[in-house]
Design a protein around this ligand. Sequence first.
Ligand code: URA
Length: 212
Amino acid sequence: MSQALPPIVLDHPLVRHKLTRLRDRNTSTAGFRRLTRELSLLLAYEATRGLSLVPRHIEAPSGPMEGEELDGKKLCFVSILRAGNGLLDGMLDLVPSARVGHIGLRRDHETLEVSEYYFNMPSDVPGRTCIVLDPMLATGHSAAAALTRVKEAGAKSPVFACLLAVPEGIAHMRERHPDVQIVTCSIDSHLDEHGYIVPGLGDAGDRLFGTR
Ligand code: URA
């Protein structure tokens, strides 16, 4: 059996600085959105590291050269509603031509089963690299369900990108999707009894959209 891929953690002073401001409960909604956009651009940089290139001949100002360009179909970002939408702007700043899909999932509080209420993807997913987005990898149930759907749709080498992850969520993903690369800005300590990441940043959706 193949080994699960270890998560990639963005280890960079700018990421640590921005993450500290993001976690701060006194950061405004506007500040939280701006920081999320900046961090998601940096996440996109790392999450796209595995993209393949093909040679491209160009005429540079000082003469012809063999350059490179991305191979295959355009990338697809897949937002897990609603908080995943907060990561889209930064991702699209870096990859403006990417396609975007959305998945809506809800959790039954009694059975803890995840069910889908929305699924909208580009029609030609087979062969496209998909990067699934959710700011928080907490229990990992939504992320795993989203990855299953994206794989069923035919996505190539899917990646999961988040701002924060905890060992519980990483373990769940490694069990269900050992082939999926997780890219995160930090691995936090644990989940509290309400399912919040500790130290975390609170409810990512509420902080992004100014609800509650
Ligand atoms: N979702 C959030 O928004 N925050 C957490 O801490 C855990 C899951």
